[in-house]
Design a protein around this ligand. Structure first.
Ligand code: NAD
Length: 261
């Protein structure tokens, strides 16, 4: 049976957990070969095992790399091309939340750390993957921004700066590379229940984080957290040829929360 990703190769960063893992599972179920990148070797192995469970014939490459390190990024792109010959889709997704604090207390080291992974890491991925896609004359990229990249959330200086930057990079690269048959989009997830959001709620209330979560989502029009697999469906759509004229824009996936006054 032919599916949307039969004979397609998709590279995913932050593939060892949360949204990266959910996208890997969705794409594998649609026939993609996968190059999975993460700093966590154990996370990668877990994702690869889950992929094999739902789609046993899937070709999976696992590469440990830090997306903020340029030689790591150059190497993960090179190894993916060596293994598969091309890159059809790129989910440029790895990120961290960072500590929550007022601007005056945020700390310049923490700021640099969050920006280095969440913004520089996305830029470096674009730098090396877009060169490959330009030679191919085709490709789709999805960057992970956040509602924190299109709205003010507070207590997130580094995250806000980085994610607004991801929206800017998406616009910039999308308008540059459209002429080569490439689309570059971003997603802006609201609160999706992953280990990152669990960590964030624990920063609000370590002992009663589940109650903090219930209060948090009571403001959402749909009154619930998003599920990683819902993001996986959006990412697969944007990385597929079904989305071939959607470019340079950022799509919220947040139950409508960012539209609410
Ligand atoms: P997660 O913590 O479950 O997964 C993130 C993965 O990225 C982890 O496996 C981690 O090891 C990896 N990673 C972290 N730093 C890395 C680095 N330097 N190099 C390579 N890999 C690295 O989090 P998640 O919720 O799946 O988040 C994925 C992306 O989605 C992030 O960019 C995050 O900012 C964004 N996001 C998440 C939410 C949400 O509600 N979960 C909302 C908005 C945006």
């Amino acid at each position: 049976m032919t599916t949307r990703f039969t004979d397609k190769v998709v590279l995913i960063t932050g593939a060892g957990s949360g949204l990266g893992r959910a996208a890997a599972l969705q794409l594998a179920s649609e026939g993609a070969s996968l190059s999975l990148i993460d700093v966590s070797e154990a996370g990668l192995a877990d994702t690869a095992a889950q992929v094999t469970e739902i789609a046993s014939g899937t070709k999976v490459l696992q590469l440990v790399a830090d997306v903020s390190n340029e030689s790591d990024v150059e190497s993960y792109v090179q190894k993916t091309v060596e293994a598969f010959g091309r890159i059809d889709g790129f989910f440029n997704n790895a990120g961290i939340e960072g500590k929550q604090n007022l601007t005056e207390d945020f700390g310049s080291e923490e700021f640099d750390k969050v920006v280095s992974i969440n913004l520089r890491g996305v830029f470096l991925g674009l730098k090396y993957v877009l060169a490959v896609m330009k030679d191919q004359g085709a490709g789709h990229v999805v960057n992970t921004a956040s509602v924190g990249g299109i709205r003010g959330v507070g207590n997130q200086s580094g995250y806000a700066a980085a994610k607004h930057g991801v929206v800017g990079l998406t616009r910039n690269s999308g308008i540059e590379y459209g002429q080569y048959g490439i689309t570059v989009t971003a997603i802006a997830p609201g609160a999706i229940m992953t280990p990152m959001v669990e960590g964030s709620l624990k920063q609000i209330d370590q002992d009663n984080w589940e109650e903090a979560g219930r209060q948090f989502v009571s403001a959402n029009p749909m009154q619930r957290f998003g599920r990683p697999e819902e993001v996986g469906h959006l990412v697969a759509f944007l990385l597929s040829d079904d989305a071939s004229f959607i470019n340079a824009t950022t799509i919220p996936i947040d139950g409508g929360q960012s539209e609410k006054y």
